[in-house]
Structure formats: C-alpha cells, structure tokens
Design a protein around this ligand. Structure first.
Ligand SMILES: [Zn+2]
Length: 256
C-alpha cells in the first residue's frame, strides 16, 4: 500500500538552550535535509494534496513527503521561507492564533528562550507564495485538560481568525503537544477540520485516520543520514543501533 511521510519541525534557527536542540533546526541543516530528500527521489506535496488523497482518493506521488512547522515562529518567515521558496517545496505552518505578533509565552524560561512569533503580514505574504496555514488553537493549551466547551472555543476561534485574515477556508489542524482523546478528535471534526496532525510517529497510508495523522519529528541536530534512517523506519529515534533493534523486534514478533 502506498505510504507517505509527514515531517514535523518547529523553529528553523540556531538553538539557544540545550532543550531547544530538539526543536530548533539551524537553517543550513534544514536546507540540507530538504536537498537530501529531493536528491533521494522524495516528492514534496502540500497538505491540500493529502486532504484530497483522503477525501477524493486522488493519488499522491510515490515517496511523497510533507513539511509541517508547528507553532508559527518568526524564523519560519525569515529562515525557512526563503529555502522552501527556492527549492519549490510547499509546507504548512500551524498557528496558535492568540500568539501571532507576540512571543512564545507558553514555553517556559529558562528551559526555552524567548522567541518572536510570526506577524499577520508575514503570514499573508507566505500564504500568497505556496505556504499553507492551519490552526494550532488560540493559546496552545493541553486540550485534554480543558472541558469540551473550552476545546471547541479554542478550535472555532483560531479557525475563524485564520479564515478572516487569509480569506480562505482553514481545514487543517495540529494538536498542541500532540495531546488528544477520542473526544478531542470528535470536536476537531465537528469544528470543520478535514485533517489533523498528531505527534504519533510513523507513516501514513489510506487506512490512517486523516484526523490523527502521524508524523516523524525531525530534531535540530539530525544529520542527513539520521533523517534518512528515520524516514526509512518511520520512527523518531534512529541511532546506529537502530536497524539492529528493528530486525530483532521483527524476529521476536515472528517467533512470538
Ligand atoms: Zn505546538
């Protein structure tokens, strides 16, 4: 069965704290990742193509990959956008709409540094040049800790603001922290979203629930080789030991 991979990035800049190494990918590294994917025969697709794959069964190219950027950091405009544009790779950025034009208030210092978030002007410029935008709620809460009414409010308000600002339908969502329950999924569907990204790792295929898409988390210090391994095995962790672990668990499952 045809499978495709969704890659998850956050900041495209130099990490400023130890904890940020996982979430901040230096621009040079990001560019190398993308060039490696293209030269290895992977084909970039948009989230719209993924939506059409699920809703209209429009096939995706073989070895399809989708770039997603969570949260809406300003470096997505200053660092990621020029690279994506140059390589003609579409991407989707998930915005916490209450933080647009502000800072990453939900991330605590000193573990994380203060970072500027995108402005609506930057978002509009990117939207006119191949970048899509999805909702990542208003305030980046843990949705599993809110009552249903508050969850629906977070979903509806962020969706509406993106639609007002961009003048187009906002059909895509990403769960903050990847947290969801069956109920959260239902509310996301009820709010009118057609796709939703989780942080569960692995590939996607026709059998995957489009409202719980899986992603591979790309760390800021992943080498090209490591990223290739992650995509090969559909997992977030890929060390030198990894192929061994993979084959031994397959062997065990065959024995068991
Ligand atoms: Zn987030």
């Amino acid at each position: 069965m045809q499978r495709f991979v969704i890659l998850m990035y956050h900041m495209i800049s130099e990490p400023k704290t130890a904890a940020e190494i996982k979430y901040a990918c230096p621009p040079k590294q990001f560019e190398q990742h993308l060039k490696m994917l293209l030269s290895s025969g992977f084909k970039p697709v948009s989230m719209k193509a993924v939506q059409e794959y699920y809703i209209q069964q429009t096939p995706l190219p073989d070895k399809a990959f989708l770039i997603t950027l969570d949260d809406g950091f300003e470096d997505n405009y200053s660092n990621a956008f020029p690279i994506l544009k140059h390589l003609q790779i579409p991407a989707i950025i998930y915005l916490a709409t209450g933080l647009v034009g502000k800072t990453n208030q939900w991330m605590s210092a000193p573990t994380f540094s203060e970072r500027k978030m995108l402005s609506w002007a930057q978002i509009k410029e990117m939207a006119s040049q191949g970048i899509s935008f999805g909702s990542h709620t208003v305030s980046h809460p843990k949705l599993t800790e809110l009552d249903d009414g508050s969850v629906s409010k977070e979903l509806a308000e962020s969706k509406q603001l993106i639609e007002e600002q961009l003048g187009m339908e906002c059909s895509h969502f990403a769960y903050p922290y990847g947290l969801l329950t069956e109920k959260t999924r239902e509310l996301v569907k009820k709010a009118g979203f057609k796709t939703a990204c989780s942080t569960r790792s692995g590939f996607n295929n026709a059998e995957r629930d489009p409202l719980i898409l899986h992603r591979i988390e790309v760390y800021g210090d992943d080498s090209k080789w490591k990223l290739k391994q992650k995509i090969k095995f559909g997992m977030n962790e890929a060390s030198w030991l990894f192929p061994l672990k993979y084959y031994s668990s397959r062997l065990l499952s065959r024995l068991g």
